[in-house]
Design a protein around this ligand. Structure first.
Ligand SMILES: [Zn+2]
Length: 167
């Protein structure tokens, strides 16, 4: 069954899946296998992080505007729904302070980390550079300052979740 956020986006025509075309907030979309993302991360983590950060910072402005808002006013619940709908996994906020421009969060059911583990089995250091880049870009606009995301713990190294600090 479609999640509620996607149902709402469909109703508002913010999301469409036609015969040969997918659109989200008027931006063309393209489904990519998570194995491919994990391969990219392994090849060049710094480049993946930088490019994804730049793109996410641009797109969150477009997405927020389409929802009649702006990044600095977007609610954390909306962001969680958006990330979940995009298939990034389940986000749990561990701490959040808009004034200090700092957030820590835990991500479970992260499909790219699972793909990485399937292919590489184990990593020596946190490897979720794609999602780190997304958080860095999005929160650069939300906090209205250049923000970075560091992965403190990663399920490709140990455990079954990833934790991130965004500041
Ligand atoms: Zn991770």
């Amino acid at each position: 069954m479609l999640n509620e956020f996607i149902q709402r986006l469909l109703m508002l025509r913010h999301f469409s899946m036609e015969k040969d075309h997918i659109e989200l907030f008027k931006q063309d979309q393209f489904l990519i296998d998570t194995d491919f993302i994990a391969l990219l991360e392994e090849q060049n983590p710094e480049l993946v992080y930088a490019l994804v950060k730049k793109n996410a910072a641009e797109k969150i402005v477009v997405y927020a505007k389409a929802m009649g808002s702006s990044p600095e006013n977007i609610s954390i619940d909306t962001l969680k729904s958006l990330f979940g709908s995009l298939g990034y996994g389940n986000i749990e906020i561990l701490s959040f302070n808009r004034e200090d421009k700092r957030m820590t969060l835990k991500l479970t059911n992260n499909p790219v980390a699972k793909a990485y583990k399937r292919m590489k089995k184990k990593a020596s250091k946190p490897s979720c550079t794609f999602i780190s880049g997304v958080f860095a870009g999005v929160f650069t606009k939300i906090f209205e300052k250049d923000t970075n995301c560091k992965e403190l713990g990663c399920e490709t190294v140990k455990g079954d979740s990833c934790t991130f600090i965004i500041e």
